[in-house]
Design a protein around this ligand. Structure first.
Ligand SMILES: Nc1ncnc2c1ncn2[C@@H]1O[C@H](COP(=O)(O)OP(=O)(O)OP(=O)(O)O)[C@@H](O)[C@H]1O
Ligand SMILES: [Mg+2]
Length: 537
């Protein structure tokens, strides 16, 4: 018994000594040699092992965006294989109400495909970095490893992995919670940390639909038809050699439903929305990065494009003045670099950068995208920006007509007809009132008072009459002002002409005198000149 104990004690201390020595050797071996040692060990193991490994890393070689394959594998494993995993990880998705179950790190999952057995491992490893980083944890890389017998090499590489990619993508689409993205200021970008990318997002939960959108039914139907045709036109776009994207320009006064229409479009197509705040984008390079990071099946929106950036390609008047005065200073017109680049422009996203974003080479990556610009002043936009082909469809959102009102009455009051409808129809034909204002009148907020349809419609009639009177008063005042202006102008013209008449006579006298004196001078000069010439000769 004692002898057995001694034997174990001896073995234990020998093992401890070996481990100690090994760690000493390791720490004193040159890095290159250690690296070679581990390569040899891997080679030796692969010589005897019939299994092959494929590693799928979270970040691709370009290390900018997460690898598509990695995301697809993650989705595939969580859907198809979690039943077989022994250690699972459950998370409440940040923006989702559902529990998300996935394979835990360092666990093994077995899958079978056409008779072949495949093993999956999820793991993470720390990357040694030579650079001091501000972002703790950024050097941790997650990866999946797939292991299979070497006789299944062709099957796994040729069929199984493409199958995983396709299935994973389908699962992602099935489970996805639609999101509303907004761009982060570039100072906070760090592609290696989740939540610190170029875009931040919240769940997209806008309830607007085309059914609740108040506008002319024929126009609405045409838009829905256009959108559905776009969604199903992947093959058509490929056939005609065009990137699978479409541009819409929504224009009209404030409160006519442009933003509401975007939400309705996203809900109809089941797309994500990227709300691009152009003023937070420093330059065209940043704009391109933002664009690359958007996914397919999305709507990219730039609201109030006329206000975001001066996209006319012209500089502001102040800048122009500075420029011209400085060019006068040194007397040459060569282009100059700005003296202080930071102060030169508030933003350097240019029209050409934006055009490139819409239909340049980069616009084709990803596919299935809708780009929407909204503006209150279509006429202020550069024609190059909104020409057909870039903004394929221009949609005017206008003041509330009777058909649009009927939709709102249905939404807010659940009625399709009422005795006041006739009066409202007439008033809406005479007065410009936005759907936002009409909706406001149909939705009195009072907890105590029960909603009364009659009172709501009477309130609307009253508001319309008031708006009509105001519009009339405004038109009268404008007409009066215009009349006064015209009269003042006519009077001023008359006076000027009268002055001219008097001044003309005086000028005539002056002119005669001047010409006389000039003649005198000329003759003097000529005489002088001839004298000089004569004397020179
Ligand atoms: N056509 C419409 N159909 C249904 N509701 C509308 C419509 N237009 C406006 N509304 C209502 O008015 C509110 C304001 O509309 P919305 O924000 O879509 O206007 P907008 O055209 O985007 O205005 P802005 O030019 O100021 O951005 C919305 O919350 C919505 O309830
Ligand atoms: Mg809006």
């Amino acid at each position: 018994m004692m002898a057995g104990m001694d034997k174990w004690t001896g073995l234990g201390s020998a093992l401890a000594s070996f481990l100690f020595l090994w760690s000493m050797v390791q720490s004193h071996l040159p890095v290159a040699f250690r690296h070679r040692l581990s390569t040899w060990a891997t080679k030796l193991a692969s010589l005897f092992s019939p299994y092959l490994h494929v590693t799928i890393s979270e970040y691709g070689a370009e290390r900018f965006s997460r690898s598509d394959l990695f995301l697809a594998v993650e989705a595939y494993l969580s859907d198809a294989c979690t039943r077989r995993a022994r250690r699972l990880k459950a998370e409440l998705g940040k923006d989702s109400k559902n529990l998300q179950v996935s394979v835990d790190d360092n666990d093994e999952v077995t899958d079978t495909f056409r008779g072949a057995t495949i093993w999956w491992y999820a793991a993470r490893k720390l990357q040694r970095s030579q650079v001091i980083s501000f972002y703790p944890g950024q050097d941790e890389r997650r990866f999946y490893q797939v292991v299979f017998h070497r006789r299944h090499r062709d099957l796994v590489v040729g069929s199984y992995l493409p199958h995983v990619l396709e299935e994973g993508r389908a699962v992602t689409v099935r489970n996805r919670q639609r999101r509303l993205f907004t761009n982060n200021p570039s100072s906070g970008w760090n592609p290696y940390r989740s939540g610190k990318g170029v875009w931040s997002h919240v769940p997209f939960e806008h309830p607007a639909t085309f059914a609740t959108l108040a506008m002319d039914p024929a126009d609405k139907e045409a838009i829905v038809d256009d959108l559905e045709a776009f969604r199903d036109a992947k093959d058509y776009y490929a056939k005609v050699g065009k990137a699978w994207k479409r541009g819409y320009l929504l224009h009209g006064p404030p409160g006519t439903g442009k933003s509401t229409m975007i939400a309705a479009m996203a809900n109809l197509l089941d797309y994500d929305v990227y709300d691009l705040e152009l003023t937070a984008v420093k330059n065209n390079t940043e704009l391109r990065k933002l664009f690359i990071e958007t996914t397919g099946k999305s709507i990219i929106v730039i609201e109030d494009i006329d206000c975001s950036v001066d996209l006319t390609g012209k500089r502001s008047k102040a800048d122009k003045k500075n420029k011209s005065s400085s060019s006068e200073d040194d007397g040459n017109n060569n282009p100059k670099l700005p003296a202080d680049p930071d102060k030169d422009d508030g933003t350097k996203v240019t029209l050409s950068g934006l055009l490139n974003f819409i239909d340049g080479l980069w616009s084709a990556c990803g596919g299935e995208r809708i780009i929407i610009f909204t503006t209150n002043h279509k006429e202020k936009l550069d024609p190059a920006l909104v020409r057909r082909g870039r903004m394929d469809k221009h949609i005017e959102m206008s003041y509330c007509g009777f058909e649009a009102f009927k939709v709102l009455a249905g939404n807010y009051l659940d009625i399709t007809d009422h005795e006041l409808f006739g009066e409202i129809r007439q008033l809406l034909g005479e007065v410009n009132m936005t759907p936002a204002d009409v909706a406001e009148n149909l939705m009195p907020m009072s907890k105590k008072k029960k909603r009364d349809n009659n009172a709501c419609l009477e309130g609307l009639v009253e508001a319309l009459n008031k708006a009509k009177q105001e519009a009339k008063a405004k038109a009268d005042a404008e007409a009066k002002e215009a009349k006064e202006k015209a009269e003042a102008e006519a009077k001023a013209k008359e006076e000027e002409e009268a002055k001219k008449g008097q001044g003309g006579d005086q000028d005539q006298g002056k002119e005669d005198k001047t010409s006389e004196s000039t003649e005198g001078k000329m003759s003097n000069g000529e005489i002088k000149g001839s004298e000089q010439v004569t004397s020179d000769n």
